[in-house]
Write a protein that binds this ligand. Structure first.
Ligand code: NAP
Ligand code: ZN
Length: 367
């Protein structure tokens, strides 16, 4: 057996953990920059809790609340300039994957001069600003990963800055901020987490420890399918979804994502399909492809889902996603070719040729 496992992020999960950990937050410096989206942090109480925690310890702060969905490179540089000008000691991210990923790039660029052209390739050899992360969606797991994913217009896709120095310092998990999260975002983010757990399971980099985490995350999410459908989520359900997405984040921190995410990036970049939905749309067809040669692995996943067949799974996913988005033949061709050129496609447990990728896209999204 071979295991290589490391999560440097301190994880604290508890209702009201932001206020209860004011001392810990204040230990990272005298001035913080809060990185967040335009509206939700102010509306769901997370920003107030952070501000109250900082003020209770006389920590100064500035708020950078400009992060859009699928954050851009320009936004990261803008945030970093502000962090430098304001001489902040640490970064606090509040929000979904978009503010969290932007915050990682800001923490990096605030201490290191990297030219835009080198952003995704420059070696990162020293610590970035300390990062306190408060996820307010249960999906990306970015609070426990070393990835910052930004929109890359040069390559017409989403690209990743990856470094062990980008693991957040602390993740504070409180499901109460998700009470206001609408059905659409709750389902999409949950499907994102499910894809992380499943793709990690079907990565050549999976080991028995990551597989255990994948199975646990899949089980937790599967138990919530009915509640997601009726959109009847109590506090305990929100907590479980948040816990599952963090587990799935730890999985991708070790295994990365594979074919579904690689194909999904084109759906987001070209068709503006939400990240989690893009992955959800492609998942079952991908599993069918794996099932052709590795049915045992698929059976293990079905068992964790408490389902008998991929058709049963497809029905559930279809219900959650509603009307499907449609691609043309030209789009299918283009996205398959793009995915084929991505080196990490080879981390998938099966070899995928261009025809296989086209088949996954066609089955999932042909009108
Ligand atoms: P998001 O883009 O961060 O947020 C989606 C929407 O949800 C925004 O409108 C946001 O509003 C709103 N929102 C967030 N929390 C809310 C709450 N508690 N209540 C009400 N509304 C809330 O979406 P996401 O799916 O979480 O993140 C997607 C991004 O994560 C993509 O860029 C993807 O590439 C990235 N990702 C990163 C990793 C990683 O390991 N780093 C893994 C997977 C995905 P505001 O804008 O007003 O906040
Ligand atoms: Zn994802």
């Amino acid at each position: 057996m071979e295991i290589n496992f490391n999560i440097p992020t301190k994880i604290i999960m508890k209702r009201n953990c932001v206020l209860e950990n004011a001392n810990l937050i204040a230990s990272y410096g005298k001035k913080a920059m809060i990185v967040t989206g335009k509206h939700s942090a102010a509306a769901n109480g997370s920003l107030k809790d952070v501000v109250d925690a900082l003020e209770s310890k006389n920590v100064k702060y500035i708020v950078f609340n400009k992060v859009m969905a699928n954050p851009t490179i320009e936004l990261a540089y803008e945030g970093a300039r502000l962090a430098k000008n304001e001489d902040v000691d640490f970064i606090i991210a509040i929000g979904g994957g978009s503010p969290m990923d932007a915050a990682k790039a800001i923490s990096l660029l605030a201490v290191k001069d990297i030219k835009e052209d080198d952003l995704f390739t420059a070696p990162i050899t020293s610590p970035v600003l300390p990062m306190v992360f408060i996820p307010t969606t249960a999906g990306t797991g970015s609070e426990v990963t070393q990835y910052s994913i930004l929109t890359n217009d040069k390559l017409e896709t989403k690209s990743t800055i990856a470094s062990p120095f980008l693991f957040p310092t602390v993740a504070l998990l409180d499901g109460k901020y998700m009470q206001s999260l609408g059905k659409f975002t709750t389902i999409n983010t949950c499907l994102d987490a499910l894809c992380h757990a499943i793709e990690g399971y079907l990565s050549v980099r999976a080991n028995s420890l990551t597989k255990t985490l994948s199975i646990e995350a899949i089980k937790l999410i599967a138990k919530e399918f009915k509640n997601l459908e009726s959109f009847n989520l109590l506090d305990d359900d929100r907590d479980k979804l948040l816990y599952a997405s963090t587990l799935a984040g730890i999985v991708i921190a070790h295994c990365g994502t594979v074919a579904v995410h690689i194909l999904g990036y084109s759906l987001t970049y070209y068709k503006e399909i939400d990240h989690g939905r893009a992955n959800g749309l492609l998942l079952v067809s991908f599993l069918r492809k794996v099932n052709e040669t590795m049915p045992d692995l698929i059976n293990e996943i079905l068992e964790a889902l408490s389902l008998k067949s991929l058709s049963d799974f497809e029905q559930i996913i279809n219900t959650l996603l509603g009307n499907k988005d449609v691609l043309t033949d030209e789009e299918i061709d283009k996205y398959a070719k793009k995915a084929l050129a991505v080196p990490k496609l080879k981390n998938t447990v099966i070899t995928l040729k261009e025809e296989d990728l086209k088949q996954i896209l066609t089955e999932s999204m042909k009108g």
